[in-house]
Design a protein around this ligand. Structure first.
Ligand SMILES: Cc1ncc(COP(=O)(O)O)c(C=O)c1O
Length: 387
């Protein structure tokens, strides 16, 4: 049987594969320290869980409009105005089953065969696959470690062709933790405006920036930027709600309409219960977000010190998100061999940088408790001495 060429070419998500492998090892009784996680280790805040329970009990258990409930679309508009200085109407917002689904839908709605989408490397593992699934071609533009993994906008400009449809910007970045400053965002916005292409601004880690760093939304950087930006966000990371599957996009009403039509024939709507929970997340008390951010910052500071004092590893300090993109060049191992040996011999899980477009790095997540982080680094140091 010959199956779909499009889907057969997909590489399954390596990050999810690592999570599954760790779970299987733990089931066998092996004590694995997980630095592979792409989700906060905190529980979903109680006020959000209670809102979901109320939704179930009050019968909010039916289909909703495909683009999401009017209340949640309105709450997203309020949030975007308050946090991001972005003014949208509810008909310019669509709710989907996680930001991953939001992004998938955007490429489906935006791209035709052989269009090009600029992806900045190191990139989130799913971008190239999602772009390819839409029929478009990913065009990779490298950011350099020496520049803190902030891309040179001039390189983006050089890679724009007559077929370019969009640029994906992910700040704060998974996997590098880079946070783009106003100057760089402004230059990228100017390029998009002058070349009449879209910027897809994935802001899922916006709540986790450290030190003096502040998140700025690309769509609000210039008055004309908004009409060239599709802002993507969700509740997974900020509210530790990865399993609830709620993400959203805000942008031009026409593309939002196309995405709703696509959803109406695919998922119908995101879970009604999760939408009620997301409404509470956006409108309710925000104290839990700040608590997570503070804890992440303590862990980041510790982990950066441990990596940079290990002798064989190094990293630039991540300014946001919850990952360390760790340079492994001195070990002379490629990233898959490094991650494989670390897991087998030291029982520490990480994600090979190859998944993100760099074989000289691995991604270590600090979405795990401080005790685990300390033990994990002790194990890493011991294993490194055997190389
Ligand atoms: C950069 C980035 N964008 C989007 C997502 C998708 O998040 P979700 O689908 O859980 O909302 C993730 C999740 O890991 C991510 O790291």
């Amino acid at each position: 049987m010959k199956f779909s060429d499009r889907v057969s070419q997909l590489k399954p998500s390596l990050t999810l594969a690592i999570t599954a492998k760790v779970k299987a090892m733990r089931k066998k009784g092996i004590d694995v320290i997980g630095f592979g996680a792409g989700e906060p280790d905190f529980d979903t805040p109680d006020n959000i869980k209670e809102a979901a329970i109320r939704a179930i009990k009050s019968g909010l258990t039916k289909y909703t409009p495909s683009a999401g409930t009017p209340e949640l679309r309105e709450a997203v508009c309020e949030k975007l105005k308050k946090d991001n200085s972005l003014v949208y109407k509810p008909e310019e917002v669509v709710i989907s089953c996680g930001a991953k689904h939001t992004l998938y839908n955007i490429f489906q709605a935006l791209c035709n065969k052989n269009d090009e989408v600029i992806i900045i490397s190191p990139y989130w593992v799913s971008y190239p696959e999602m772009v390819a699934l839409s029929g478009a071609k990913p065009r990779i533009v490298r950011s350099r470690e020496e520049d803190g993994f902030v891309v040179d906008p001039g390189l983006i400009e050089k890679n724009i062709t007559g077929r370019t449809k969009a640029i994906i910007v992910n700040s704060p970045s998974n996997p590098t933790g880079a946070v783009y400053g106003k100057d760089v965002l402004k230059k990228i916005a100017e390029i998009a405006i002058s070349r009449n292409i879209f910027v897809i601004s994935d802001e899922i880690y916006e709540k986790f920036t450290y030190g003096e760093e502040r998140h700025v939304s690309l769509g609000a950087i210039l008055p004309e930027a908004k009409s060239h930006t599709i802002s993507v966000n969700g509740v997974s990371k900020a509210y530790s709600m990865t399993g609830w599957r709620i993400g959203y996009a805000a942008g031009d009403a026409q593309i939002i309409k196309l995405i709703s039509a696509l959803q109406s024939h695919s998922t119908s709507n995101p879970s009604s219960i999760s939408q009620a929970a997301a409404l509470e997340a956006l409108r309710g008390n925000q104290a839990a977000v700040l608590k997570m951010k503070k804890e992440f910052e303590v862990r980041r500071d510790y982990m950066v010190k441990r990596v940079n004092s290990s002798g064989k590893l190094s990293c630039v300090e991540p300014k946001g998100a919850f990952y360390i993109f760790c340079n492994i060049s001195k070990t002379k191992l490629d990233s898959t061999a490094f991650a494989g040996q670390l897991l087998e011999k030291a029982h520490v899980a990480c994600v090979p940088g190859a998944a993100f477009g760099s074989d000289r790095h691995v991604r270590l997540s600090f979405a795990t408790g401080m005790d685990n982080i300390k033990t994990g680094h002790d194990r890493i140091d011991k294993w490194l001495r055997t190389l």
